[in-house]
Design a protein around this ligand. Sequence first.
Ligand code: ADP
Ligand code: MG
Length: 345
Amino acid sequence: MTTAPSFPQHRETASDLRALYRAAEARAARLRVIVEAGRTLASSPPDAMDAAAHMVAQEAAHLAGFARGVIATQTEGALGGDDRLCLPLEAPASDGTPIGTLVLEHRIGTPSAEDHEALGIITQLIGGALAAQVREARLATLLAELLGAQEAERSRVAHELHDGVAQSAAALARRLELASDGDPADLDQAARQARALVRELRQVIAGMRPPALDDLGLAAALRQLVDEADEGSGVTLDVALASRPPPPIETALFRIVQEGFNNARAHAGDGARIIIRISEAGSHYRVEISDDGQGFDPAAQAARAAGRGFGLGYMRERVERLGGRLEVQSAPGQGCRLLAELPAS
Ligand SMILES: Nc1ncnc2c1ncn2[C@@H]1O[C@H](COP(=O)(O)OP(=O)(O)O)[C@@H](O)[C@H]1O
Ligand SMILES: [Mg+2]
């Protein structure tokens, strides 16, 4: 004889099955949300990442029984409450500083332990994606800056070659034509011009990459620059630095002095005294190049040179690119004073 299963037992099995079925469905739903979130975030280009992250936040909210999910960029003040849940978003392998917060608002149900587990995975996914977005944006900026710097460097070299070297070479060629009749005075002059041309070429090359900077450090490289100009007597050079600045700052300081010094020699007039000072003032490096020569009107000069980006213009660009500032103080008959400040980091 077979015994029919007792009624209560049968009821229990059915509700167990229903519960199991519901749990399985919920688990599948959580998995679906997680997989979808991963897919959405991974396939979003950087400029669509914010929208994608918000979409995932909304899905996460629904999954955990909230009406609304948003990404907040500020991390402070994002406190949880009865009605909301705030989960920090961290970049993978970071020092634990959150880069944002996943805020779930308007509680409808109570999230289960499994829901919390799923939210943990989703916050990791969003944190990773946002961190990657920040990294990519930073890389893009760096690349653009690099290309811009390269372009500026090319135009600076082109300008120096055109204004200096090419013109000296043309003058030398004319002189050699004149000297074809064998006049020793013309030959003498040609030899002088050839030497000047070599000097100018050396200057252009040194301007591209000042090797002395790597070999000797800033103070000695500047000393060499001043001594090579062969006017040591009228030039005061005072470098007071406790430590070696970071390479980009060091190069910038060198170039600023190089340009300012060349300007003073070229434009200040004969016999002008030149003072170059470099110092460290708190969080800034300061460089000052002054002369007591004939001076000029900086505003008029800036208008003339607008958009050219050479000489003083290029100097300003270089200083500002490093987050510093440049002041040009001059007036006709009043000498000239260049003051540049660069942040130490
Ligand atoms: N120390 C200075 N004394 C007098 N004039 C100067 C001085 N520095 C710059 N100038 C003036 O500003 C102009 C622009 O300088 P800059 O941009 O370096 O271009 P460049 O030296 O190629 O002429 C110079 O042509 C000159 O007229
Ligand atoms: Mg110049």
